[in-house]
Design a protein around this ligand. Structure first.
Ligand code: ASP
Length: 322
């Protein structure tokens, strides 16, 4: 399946709901890029120390959850009731072990709750107050729900409510609507892992669960094939089993990582009229980040140890990471 190099590699996305350039100052863009670089360094430190891909994706997503620039953890989207309901998942490609939480409101880092579910081995997906209680009992940091709120999400909710009243919802920008964070990694032993975390859609119905915590929809990893983390309107990713479909096209259809991921983004998902993107990584080679929107926050460190960070079309080379 290709002739690329094996060895450690790491990739992330910060959602395909990237803002139009003019809507943030250059200082804010620089800060969002620096948080992407920080997240990559956190995951890469795990991989260069000989650590597991599973730990690397967790470390990467954790930094993005703590950044206000991305729709996950601090900075998460608001429901139509003005509340937060967060979803996250994590999957180990070497065992197909997975953990996820949906509709949590209190655990500071949903990715850590997803990992705790995976480690428990008792469930793949826990929801709502029981998931928060499980996180608390697992010793994870808990916060008041307003910890997750930022002015940008309050403004996005107000604008989407207004659009619902004047019938212009279809014209809302991707950035007003959504975002998500995710990571894929391959460790020195060739194991793959993927993780995704989100606040979901702005103005989403209370109780709505997207694709991010659904294994096979927003997240999938299988050693020897690929690791996938998705972003875009979750309902379509669930209906097309998008992350698993990338894997299945490669495993059963013998497609390359590039063919499989581009087919999903530019044909399957695009045919439903949605903005879509994903970060994907195969058994060898570097991560790929196809998206069909204006921009997608993304970054990766390839097998040569060089870091790249991007928000829109141009890609910033950040040099070698030690
Ligand atoms: N996939 C996320 C959801 O539907 C949103 C996004 O990625 O923008 O909850």
């Amino acid at each position: 399946m290709g002739t690329g190099q094996a060895g450690a590699a790491l990739g992330l996305h910060g959602g395909c709901g990237t803002l139009d350039r003019s809507l943030m100052s250059e200082a804010e863009w620089a800060e969002s890029r620096s948080h992407i670089a920080q997240a990559l360094r956190a995951g890469w430190a795990v991989l260069t120390a000989g650590g597991a891909a599973l730990d690397a994706v967790q470390a990467t997503v954790l930094v993005l959850e703590d950044s206000p620039h991305f729709n996950a953890g601090h900075g998460a989207a608001l429901t139509e009731a003005g509340t937060h309901e967060l979803d996250a998942s994590i999957m180990d490609g070497s065992t197909l072990a997975a953990g996820a939480v949906a509709g949590v409101t209190r655990v500071r880092n949903p990715v850590l709750a997803a990992r705790a579910v995976l480690e428990s081995g008792k469930a793949v997906l826990l929801i709502g107050p029981a998931a928060d209680e499980f996180a608390r009992a697992s010793g994870l940091a808990m916060v008041k729900p307003d910890y997750f709120t930022t002015q940008r999400r309050i403004d996005a909710l107000a604008s989407l409510r207004q659009r619902a009243l004047d019938g212009s919802t279809a014209r809302a920008s991707e950035a007003e609507k959504h975002g998500t964070v995710g990571a894929v990694a391959r460790d020195r032993h060739g194991h793959l892992a993927a993780s995704t975390s989100t606040g979901g859609f702005n103005n989403k119905p209370v109780g709505r669960v997207g694709d991010s915590p659904i294994i096979g929809a927003g997240t999938y990893a299988r050693d020897g094939v690929c690791a996938v983390s998705c972003t875009g309107q979750g309902e379509v990713f669930i209906r097309t089993a998008a992350a698993h479909d990338v894997m299945a096209r490669m495993l059963y259809g013998r497609e390359s990582l590039e063919q499989a991921s581009r087919t999903l983004v530019f044909e399957t998902l695009q045919s439903h009229g949605i903005g879509a993107g994903m970060i994907v990584l195969g058994a060898e080679g570097d991560p790929l980040a196809p998206f069909n929107t204006l921009g997608m926050y993304r970054g990766w460190i390839g097998t040569d140890g060089r870091m790249f960070v991007a928000t829109h079309q141009e890609v910033h080379a950040m040099g070698a990471v030690s």
